[in-house]
Design a protein around this ligand. Sequence first.
Ligand SMILES: CC(=O)N[C@H]1[C@@H](OP(=O)(O)OP(=O)(O)OC[C@H]2O[C@@H](n3ccc(=O)[nH]c3=O)[C@H](O)[C@@H]2O)O[C@H](CO)[C@@H](O)[C@@H]1O
Ligand SMILES: C=C(OP(=O)(O)O)C(=O)O
Length: 424
Amino acid sequence: MSKKEVLVINGGGPLEGEVTISGAKNSALPILAACVLGTEEIILDGVPGLKDVEIMIEVLKHLGSKVEYIGEGTVRIDSSELNTCETPFELMDKMRASFVVMGPLLSRFKEAHTKAPGGCNIGARPIDLHLKGFEALGAENIVNDDAISIKTDGKLIGNEVYLDFPSVGATQNIMMAATLAEGETIIENAAKEPEIVDLASFLSKMGAKIKGAGTSTITIEGVEKLTGTCHTIIPDRIEAASYMIAAAMTKGNVTINNVIGSHIRPVIAKLIEMGADVEEIDDEDIIKVKVDKRLKATNIQTLPYPGFPTDVQAQFMALMTICDGESKIQETVFENRFMHVEQLNKMGAAIATSGNRATIAGVDKLHGAEVRATDLRAGAALVIAALTAEGETKVSDIYHIDRGYSDLVEKFTNLGADIKRVEI
Ligand SMILES: CC(=O)N[C@H]1[C@@H](OP(=O)(O)OP(=O)(O)OC[C@H]2O[C@@H](n3ccc(=O)[nH]c3=O)[C@H](O)[C@@H]2O)O[C@H](CO)[C@@H](O)[C@@H]1O
Ligand SMILES: C=C(OP(=O)(O)O)C(=O)O
């Protein structure tokens, strides 16, 4: 049996010092997928060193793109000659987000084939809105068991697409499919996340004509072809929020570099409301978080951007476990995103759930325990909780954490944490 790794964390004092945030996973993945659309060389900077990024690069290589690292976080991609429009089935199983390569493939080749992404730990995660968008552009979706073929005999033709929910992935897939379609596509009730804006800005540099990214209505005027460009991935707002929460939970004093405050407005607002001292140094993309007292309880509801991000819900719940008073969380984006509750309760938290609502009664302190990262952000929440818990915590199934946090052990160690990756 192959060896597994766990994180061993001994709770200690406040985190102190500086941490630099990496490029955003959720921008890097669709932007890498979009490289399939370019017929000339593309250089991407700020590509985070993450398992998910490795998988997306494997997908690109399988399709025939030439991909090489030419510096730390700098990748050169040449997709001038691709040899297939079928994604490798086994990689779809490893990462749902690889479905976002379908829009670019369909746009470039008028057909794309893949395995239907399954549900995951946080919810069923259907792809009906992606398929509805492809169909509106004139493609036929053929779903057979778990294989999906999307194709059109003629051209993709621009159209209006209304999304029943502002899905991030569907907005990205439809936007990319529309770049080389004939005429105008209008996506109504589009997702407004910063990662959508980053993707649109990347595509525009390649020659796409896109207006309205960051608002609910995105208009794409199809062009003949997309070329090469250079682009720097935006900072990871979820990673930044995770370190801010860790600083707050340990009553620390941490300077977070490479963070865009406007991307995490709800997290900043809630931390301030709870009593944290949060200073934004905007011109320099720096946020300082300082806490020297017990924070007050609060309530949050997760929502699509610019609401409170679901990807920060678990980490915020960890913080709430030791606040003064009772906090409440309502998760409205995913139907099953409370797997971390049982694990946090193992550490002495007092959390009760009912459907998509959680009530967190603040306790004096948490204690170390053997816990399991049930998904990516659940894993981050457990690490953050362990940093202040009394005694030792072992977090297993850390492959989830490796999907989304680059150099996590190094970054927390630099801030003074006692955290090690250990083979078992
Ligand atoms: C790689 C990436 O960027 N992942 C992010 C992206 O995921 P992802 O793009 O998968 O998230 P979506 O915005 O699509 O999903 C939000 C909700 O819409 C539902 N839905 C989505 C598509 C669809 O066709 N039908 C449908 O019903 C989902 O099941 C979910 O309940 O946005 C999520 C919401 O901010 C984040 O948590 C993820 O970190
Ligand atoms: C849910 C997440 O990612 P993905 O959509 O890739 O599963 C996340 O980043 O928290």
